[in-house]
Design a protein around this ligand. Structure first.
Ligand SMILES: [Zn+2]
Length: 133
């Protein structure tokens, strides 16, 4: 059995019954996938909370939340969530794991995390996951 399979089995047991525990499961999966640490921004991104990212194009500090990416001048561009049918790799595994365990809100967070943001200042498009993973 793979480590991911063992974690999935564990998630069905009494040790991981709650929504917060689903986040810990995803953290474990990421560790096995070779992501060295669980960044705070990653947890915020999945939870749909507000967090800051530097723009990869102009280095401006951007605020990202559920539906938009904003800059310090008040400019805003929509955050485009990933299409679940087009997810691949780690995004696909995380999303499937969340869905498979009835964690719809976490699955939605994965779509947010693997979505596309656009800098309101310089119009650079970038993957949110690429900045926080
Ligand atoms: Zn920019």
């Amino acid at each position: 059995m793979t480590a991911l399979g063992e974690l999935a089995d564990l998630a069905e047991g009494p040790l991981l019954p709650g929504a917060d525990d689903a986040m810990y499961l995803l953290e474990c999966v990421l560790v096995f996938e070779g992501v060295a640490y669980w960044a705070d921004d990653l947890a915020w991104a999945v939870a749909g909370e507000e967090y800051c990212l530097p723009c990869p194009g102009c280095a401006a500090e951007l605020v990202v939340y559920d539906k938009a990416c904003t800059d310090e001048t008040g400019g805003s561009r929509p955050l485009v969530h990933a299409d679940p049918r087009r997810l691949t790799g780690i995004g696909r595994r995380l999303h499937d794991t969340a869905i498979g365990h009835g964690r719809q809100h976490v699955a939605e967070g994965i779509l947010r995390l693997f979505g596309q943001a656009t800098c309101p200042l310089c119009a650079t498009e970038f993957s949110v996951a690429g900045r926080v993973l």
